[in-house]
Design a protein around this ligand. Sequence first.
Ligand SMILES: [Zn+2]
Ligand SMILES: [Zn+2]
Length: 442
Amino acid sequence: MAQRLFQAEAEPANLIIAGGRLVDPAAGFHGEAADLRIADGLIAEIGHDLRHPDAERLDATGLTVTPGLVDPHVHLRTPGDEHEEDIASGTRAAAAGGFVAILAMPNTTPVVDSAAVLAGLVETARAEAVVATGFMCAITRGLDGRNLTEMGELSAAGAAAFSDDGRPVADAGMLRRALQYSSITGLRLALHEEDTALSAGGQMHEGAVSAELGLRGWPAVAESTMIGRDLGIARYEGAGLHICHVSVAESVAEIRRARELGTDVSAEVTPHHLCLTDAAVRGLDPAAAKMNPPLGSDADRAALIDALADGTIDCVATDHAPHADHEKDAPFEEAPFGVIGLETAFAAVYTHLVEPGMLPLQTVIERMSSGPALAFGLPAPGLAAGRTADIAVWDLGASRVIEPPYASRSRNCAFTGRTLRGICRLTISGGRVAHRLIEAVA
Ligand SMILES: [Zn+2]
Ligand SMILES: [Zn+2]
């Protein structure tokens, strides 16, 4: 099988993470304090009072050790818009947020729709990526919606999955053929669900707030009717698919029904849709509150949280979408859609959902780590001896005001100016230290 995640060579870690509270439900850890020793990038042992002459000892007393996070939906903006992000800056942002693996979307300039463009990205990732990075390739050439890419060739070249993200696959016959071909490769289709005939001109979620602000609304059915259509086609074909950035209650209902019917579906929700609502648009700041799909109502947010809790939605994904200041510094109607999210994802979900008791920390870790890994057939990070060290260490007692500078090259963050709790102190990806804010002790 082709390699699908790539990162730069670096010295493998030799560390003891001492005295942290381990949280990994799949491995049977629910907050017990223990030492975790990493030797040559592998988890060598988990126990008490571990010592080793070659290992640097890090004091993790009071900190929480979890499997590293996996983000299946990131825009790295390369090739073409490296002033907004590139592989080096985007993976540094990922590492700062506790992510050990990310999947990048192909809607770049040029589009990642050929083995040659993919090969260029793989080469750059092998030189610059500080966390494991996979690349989705387009479903249709140039995202034109009409001509399928060479999925077999792209799979052999290391594609992680297929997506026309940024656009829907509008033509149902095209989607059917794409499901047939992607099934042969064993790689998943990740779908941006939007009926553009319904969303056209929409600036924000259609509801009381859009009426109050006088902004053109984007009705919930623009998303949910496409999801219903595509799940029906997938079920008919016996194929699996992944639904990107679910944002409204009607979509949750479609996915829940499809799961009950046995459809092979995975789905993601973003931290901003879990934590914020269209009330945030009242500030009329497109850098913080204009994204596709738009922030929904209180009822939508509640439905998304329920769906994440019961597993109807099995992944959190950032849809990290960097934009230059000069593009976002525009009237709301003229600015592009999208917000960055890698550096704030865990802290936002922890602050808004875990601290108030709406979701257990264990569930959040699963939905941000093994959930997305399994949805895309990637190795799931875990705290067990013999596994590659893919680990994040958190200070859940510490809070900070979110503000630039960010590790990301862009600043369009939905949480700017807000106080979030949960700071990532250490990220180890593929056995390599990718981010570290923690001192060694004797
Ligand atoms: Zn999208
Ligand atoms: Zn996206």
